[in-house]
Design a protein around this ligand. Structure first.
Ligand code: OSB
Ligand code: MG
Length: 374
């Protein structure tokens, strides 16, 4: 990989086609931070920071990531020689603590850049083997169980391979039951609590378990690995951890403790593709299935997720919906399309396999900063 000679940070405003509500808040307008990394040979790689506006899902936000990127990430990578993109993540890890979403945005741009400079797909560079990745939909909390049932029925009819439903205290059993009836007994239905429960809610969690969910995602606080392990003993459904898994070391602990029988990997949450691949390798070795999560990304972040999800251990459908599920118009060309419940991995196109639409991105940009060396 050539030296990164310039970073361009842009914040864009993208409006979701429908508001997305979870136990930790409601998103309609998405503020998305994009990173363009320009290499010495003139090629550009793109990354997307998955931090949200408010620190509910994670302690990072769009604004803290902007700060971390300008103050600490950019000076660490600009003008520096890396033999390849796999060296960028470890260098950032050594440089300063935390801020994995800010680090990931640049790390992932470096992977896209490295792949484009070699003229190969990012999927191939990462070691991906699949030509298609299975698509699941993540449905936000709806006004009523009936409204949720209708969204879930539509999703199955559209071909999604798994339906995930958000739950929150007071909006759980009746909603999950309506979703179960809508999708049918044998269909993979997952429940995601975004850390809204505690062990005091065991009764409710057992009622959810009786609906035979494919998995229960992140019921407890991200720090509470022991609580998750205790809960797992009381449930038939596998517990899947999302927010808790911030690094490969954390994933190893969670698996050893019995706190995670499934792992949701989001490269943007764990510091980038290097860490994501390490978690994948670890989980594969321990027989723990993984799937690729989503953070309501634009088509740029989705390209990264699709490339990662083409690795062999990603055996479960990911939160990898097509562009049209989220946006009126996506910022990439071509947009991501779903066929037969799958997204095609662009194995024969360079990098993430889609081109950022610069004119559209420009028109959506609310702030922009170019950072050069020194
Ligand atoms: O918990 O998986 C989550 C979106 C934002 C933040 C957290 C989560 C989600 C989703 C949406 O579930 C997944 C998607 O991008 O389709
Ligand atoms: Mg989740």
């Amino acid at each position: 990989m050539s030296t990164i000679v310039r970073l361009v940070l842009r914040e864009i405003a993208l409006t979701l086609r429908e508001p997305f509500r979870t136990s930790s808040g409601c998103t309609h307008q998405r503020r998305i931070l994009l990173v363009e990394a320009e290499g010495a040979e003139g090629e550009a790689g793109w990354g997307e920071c998955v931090a949200e506006e408010f620190p509910a899902y994670s302690p990072e936000t769009v604004d803290t990531a902007w700060l971390a990127l300008t103050r600490w990430v950019a000076p660490e990578v600009l003008g520096r020689r890396f033999a390849g993109p796999s060296e960028v993540g470890p260098a950032l890890e050594r440089a300063f603590r935390g801020h994995p979403m800010a680090k990931a945005a640049v790390e992932m741009a470096a992977w896209d850049l490295g792949a484009r400079e070699q003229g190969i797909s990012l999927a191939r560079l990462l070691g991906g083997t699949r030509e298609r990745v299975e698509t699941g939909i993540s449905l936000g909390i709806q006004a009523t169980p009936e409204a949720l049932a209708s969204r879930a029925r539509e999703a199955v009819a559209e071909g999604y391979r798994r339906v995930k439903v958000k739950v929150a205290p007071g909006e759980d059993v009746a909603f999950a039951q309506a979703a179960r009836e809508a999708v049918g007994e044998g269909f993979p239905l997952s429940l995601d609590a975004n850390a809204a429960y505690t062990l005091d809610d065991l009764g409710v969690l057992q009622a959810l378990d009786a609906l035979r969910p494919a998995m229960l995602e992140q019921p407890f606080d991200p720090d509470d690995l022991t609580g998750h392990a205790r809960l797992q003993e009381a449930l038939a459904a596998p517990i899947c951890l999302d927010e808790s898994i911030t690094s490969a070391a954390r994933a190893a602990d969670a698996i050893s403790l019995g706190a995670a029988r499934v792992i949701n990997i989001k490269p943007g949450r764990v510091g980038g593709h290097g860490a994501a691949r390490a978690i994948h390798d670890l989980a594969l070795g321990r027989g723990v299935p993984v799937w690729c999560g989503g953070m309501l990304e634009s088509g740029i972040g989705r390209g990264h997720n699709v490339a990662l999800a083409s690795l062999p251990g990603f055996t479960l459908p990911g939160d990898l919906s097509p562009s049209g599920r989220y946006w009126q118009q996506d910022v990439v060309d071509p947009e991501w399309e779903m066929t037969d419940g799958t997204l095609r991995v662009p194995l024969h196109r360079p990098g993430i396999g889609v081109e950022p639409d610069r004119d559209l991105i420009e028109s959506l940009t609310t702030r922009r900063l170019e950072i050069g060396p020194g």
